[in-house]
Ligand binder design. Structure first.
Ligand code: UDP
Length: 316
């Protein structure tokens, strides 16, 4: 299939691009490089530097049969202080992309949504029918696009899938996770192990969890890529499906730090800090729906594997 990957120069988009190429798809990557890296775009893909807002001419040229949409701003903290950027890029940019698709009669899309659409869960594991009450603008902007896709499916016969990622970890075929401002737990802990950072601050040790630190559901980026490949052909025109992507197993911040120590063999000094605003105590996915509908079966669900793969990438 001829596909366009918006945001294919980023951490997750580049891994999915490699998986698409591997399965024989013809891929064009559209990315404005605001946070992505041109050298992350896998060999074999055509790269066009453009923003979502200027995607019209690119789609007119490429004429894709489907779009995978990863391009977004994704820092929860910044979304609270600069919400305009999140509405502009994540919502305005997505609308421009959908309109560019409609103009060339391309109506198949897989969208990167997030567990942040649910906010503080009433119960875990979180199912897709749980209430969506995001606690930050990032989650609200992703939820807005999910709603957009539902209406485009109904009104304009789009075949759409929203994949709600929990915590993506590990590394794939490409260059791994490289954020200018790193906020994520595993990459920070690995930087400490590598000696490029002095210590990791654990954000709160007084949560109602067994060891007092927050619990998250980590999913390997290669398993995530496989989910995209399964999702791409799945919906019929007029259908918008929503799937959670996680392993259904939670690991605490403390367990993650311990895994980093074990995998790297290096000390990881910890400083206990205050809770981070908006952090729910536990986010664990029920992925029963995508397992049942599409037969998705994570192959790298083990935390040690995810940490080891990310460490191998960092040391490469
Ligand atoms: N965390 C932490 N110290 C850090 C970064 C993250 O204690 O330097 C915690 C954070 O509070 C959360 C978990 O690690 O409970 C995962 O955070 P991350 O930012 O990786 O992903 P999120 O769950 O926010 O999407």
């Amino acid at each position: 299939m001829r596909v366009l990957v918006a945001g294919g120069a980023g951490y997750i988009g580049s891994v999915v691009t490699a998986a698409l190429l591997d399965r024989g798809h013809e891929v064009t990557v559209l990315d404005d490089l605001s946070t992505g890296h041109a050298d992350a775009v896998p060999e074999g893909a055509t790269f066009v530097r453009a923003s979502l807002h200027d995607s019209g001419p690119v789609l007119a040229d490429v004429r894709p049969e489907a779009v995978l949409h990863f391009a977004a701003k994704s820092l929860v903290g910044v979304s609270q202080t600069q919400p305009e950027d999140y509405w502009h890029t994540n919502v305005g940019g997505s609308l421009a992309l959908l309109e560019a698709m409609r103009a060339v009669d391309c109506r198949r899309i897989v969208f990167s949504s997030t567990a942040a659409t649910y906010g503080e869960p009433e119960s875990v594991p979180i199912r897709e029918d749980a209430p969506t009450r995001p606690t930050n603008t990032y989650g609200a902007s992703k939820l807005a696009v999910d709603h957009m896709l539902t209406s485009y499916a109904v009104a304009h016969s789009f075949a759409a899938v929203s994949l709600r990622y929990f915590n993506v970890a590990g590394a794939g075929f490409s260059r791994g996770e490289r954020h200018a401002t790193e906020t994520h737990l595993i990459p920070i802990a690995l930087q400490v192990a590598a000696g490029t950072r002095d210590a990791i601050t654990v954000f709160g040790e007084d949560y109602p969890t067994p060891d007092g630190t927050c619990i998250r559901d980590y999913v390997h980026v290669l398993d995530l890529a496989e989910a995209h490949l399964l999702a791409l052909p799945a919906p019929a025109p007029g259908e918008h499906r929503v799937y959670n992507l996680g392993n259904g197993t939670g690991f605490s911040v403390q367990q993650v730090v311990d895994a980093v120590r074990e995998v790297t063999g290096h000390p990881v000094p910890v400083v206990v800090g205050a809770r981070r605003a908006g952090d729910p105590a536990q986010l664990v996915a029920s992925s029963d729906r995508i397992r049942a509908d599409l037969g998705w079966t994570p192959q790298h669900a083990d935390l040690t594997t995810m940490v080891a793969d990310a460490w191998a990438q960092l040391s490469r």
